[in-house]
Design a protein. Structure first.
Lengths: 140, 243
């Protein structure tokens, strides 16, 4: 059986892409929600409270995304295992691409995804917290 | 929730308050300084109802924003019941805004995804009050401002006057000692605006809070005990309006 191979370079690329996407999404949320942030601050919401809100939002997005990703990944592995991708048995000595699901790797990827996501929320959360109340309310 | 019945109004003393902005215009190597407040001196007694009038751009709204800690002054002193606001940290100012200030803007600035009750109870939720207590207080305040039948409607389902009543209920929820209203009826028709004017006067008499109202409306300005006229970032006239 062909051994399972790790691709650390691809994992790093995927991680950075995910980081970029999440940071971009959350910065857009900060820009879009600038007025609401300002309204909350005008009523007394603290900078720390705003940071907490965005960190929780980022965490919620990342938990949902991680669970969906793991579900889709496992589902795909199951389909591959059942239906398989045929390969030339005369060259490779096996008739279909083997699938190996490593529980440890699943946990590691999930934790990495959550960790990257939380890191990604820090910058947008700090941006949101720095908004002076009047800046968000000024333009209509 | 720390606030119960009316707490009366705050005494405010402002000394040499200044606010400027530095703007870089396209192609200019140095910033231009825009002076908005040029040394405002003012004392407002507890429970007083004061209107601020003047042409657009004279600094009326900026005065309100700085007094309400929504913006920082460039220099000067603001004493609120003896506390110097300019020396407070960001967290202290947030707590101050929550406990002491009620703000009503020209555009209601309600959160569109929440109902009237949820918008009104927001200051209490920020204060980490229990949801039940906050909701009871919000419902009572909304009924006081005449919105008993629209409690579970979202801002998009309310008229302009109703939206402004929700904003007023939200501003008054925690019995602030200072209500700052920036053109509260500027976006409303005459009749609705008159209703809001009347409500403000009633609430001032009932709750005793200090009120500072920026307005272009002479009828509203005439209802106030005191009128300040601003010009070019300074107060040029301070008098009781003629009946």
């Amino acid at each position: 059986m062909m051994p399972a191979r790790r691709t650390p370079l691809r994992a790093r690329e995927a991680g950075f892409s995910m980081l970029e996407v999440l940071v971009s999404i959350l910065i857009m949320v900060v820009v879009e929600k600038g007025k609401e942030i300002a309204i909350l601050k005008s009523m007394g919401a603290t900078d720390a409270g705003i940071v907490r809100t965005f960190l929780l939002q980022g965490l919620a997005i990342s938990i949902f995304g991680t669970l969906v990703g793991i579900g889709l990944g496992l589902g795909y592995c199951w389909l591959l295992d059942v239906y398989g991708i045929p390969i030339d048995a005369e060259v490779y000595y096996i008739s279909k691409l083997p699938v190996h699901v490593d529980q440890g790797e699943i946990v590691a990827v999930a934790l990495a995804a959550l960790g990257i996501s939380v890191l990604a929320t820090v910058y947008p959360a700090v941006l949101a917290a720095r908004l002076r109340p009047i800046e968000g309310l000024r333009f209509q | 929730m720390t606030q119960g019945p009316a707490r009366g109004g705050a005494h405010i003393a402002i000394r040499d308050l200044r606010k400027h902005y530095e703007l870089y215009a396209h192609g200019e190597p140095v910033a231009r300084r825009i002076e908005v407040l040029r040394g405002v001196n003012l004392e407002i007694r507890s429970g007083e109802m004061v209107s601020v009038v003047g042409a657009s751009g004279v600094g009326k709204s900026t005065l309100l924003h700085v007094l309400g800690a929504l913006d920082l002054p460039s220099s000067g002193s603001i004493l609120f019941e003896g506390q110097e606001l300019t020396k407070m940290s960001s967290a202290q100012l947030a707590d101050f805004r929550n406990r002491e200030i009620g703000f009503v803007f020209q555009f209601h600035h309600l959160l569109p995804d929440f109902t009237a009750v949820e918008n009104a109870m927001m200051p209490a939720m920020i204060q980490r009050a229990s949801r039940g207590a906050a909701e009871r207080k919000a419902r009572a305040m909304l009924e006081r401002v005449g919105l008993a039948s629209r409690l579970d409607h979202r801002p998009g389902e309310l008229s302009g006057g109703e939206q402004q009543r929700v904003a007023l209920a939200r501003a008054l929820l925690l019995s602030p000692r200072l209500l700052l209203a920036d053109e509260p009826t500027g976006n409303l028709d005459t009749k609705t605006g008159a209703d809001i004017h009347h409500l403000l006067t009633e609430l001032n008499a009932e709750l005793g809070m200090t009120m500072l109202v920026v307005t272009h409306n002479p009828e509203l300005a005439g209802r106030m005990q005191r009128q300040l006229r601003m010009k070019d970032g300074e107060i040029v006239l301070d008098e009781a309006p003629r009946a």
